[in-house]
Ligand binder design. Structure first.
Ligand code: 6PG
Length: 221
């Protein structure tokens, strides 16, 4: 019997492939925004197999941890190892870190780096944590209010619940995308999503900010 999480990853890869292909009929370049964490690995592997004109695909991250590119915690490393393989290595990948000590020091440079990309993004694939965070929009982050309201593309965030400082695309920049997908697995996250649907306090469960994008939910046990 096929593993439901692998099947989900295949279905999501097919949907993202179709979306990017549609936009590539009208645009020279298309932008795909992906999330980090552990869930996207099988999705990345499935998407990397798709026959896209990868040199016309730009990839960036919804958020990043302020760590070295080689760190096990680096979302860029995850993308490089699992998505940018084979033909997909021809994609243009724009990372969200600099050699600065802190994301506050690097954020302006990264903003200049991402600005020439083909916004609005064709696709944003979000993940979600057990606390209802998505991208690096965390309930316990003092910068959550700013990240939810600013017109800037990026916000440096400090989150007591997380070991490293982070940088995140703002809610406005994520919202702007043409299509939004949520990729989650497990009963716990399903329950969190259920709670998110039953209320409207974005500060409590930041994923709520994206429920009406509309958000295509890809869930498996
Ligand atoms: O860098 C990150 O951590 C993220 O981009 C984050 O928003 C992630 O999508 C969720 O935390 C889910 O992470 P898991 O897939 O590891 O559960």
């Amino acid at each position: 019997m096929s593993n439901p999480r692998n099947a989900l990853a295949q279905q999501l890869a097919e949907a993202v492939y179709q979306a990017l292909s549609d936009d590539l009929e009208r645009q020279d370049k298309v932008l795909l925004v992906v999330s980090g964490g552990s869930t996207p690995v099988a999705f990345f592997a499935a998407l990397a197999q798709k026959p896209l004109p990868w040199a016309r695909v730009q990839v960036t991250l919804a958020d990043e941890r302020w760590v070295d590119a080689q760190s096990q915690d680096s979302n860029a490393r995850l993308v490089r190892e699992h998505l940018l393989i084979g033909e997909a290595a021809n994609a243009e990948f724009v990372t969200l870190t600099t050699s600065d000590e802190t994301p506050e020091q690097g954020v302006d440079e990264i903003a200049r780096r991402v600005e020439p990309l083909a916004w609005p993004a064709s696709v944003v694939v979000l993940g979600m944590g057990g606390d209802g965070h998505t991208a690096s929009l965390f309930p316990d982050s003092p910068e959550l209010g700013l990240a939810m309201t600013t017109d800037e593309a990026l916000v440096a965030v400090r989150t007591p619940s997380q070991p490293q400082p982070r940088i995140t695309l703002s809610a406005a920049r994520l919202h702007q995308a043409r299509r939004h997908f949520l990729h989650i697995t497990g009963d716990d996250k399903r329950a969190v999503l259920g709670s998110a649907m039953g209320g409207d306090d974005v500060r409590q469960l930041p994923i709520r900010a994206f429920l009406s994008c509309p958000l295509a939910i890809y869930w498996a046990p």
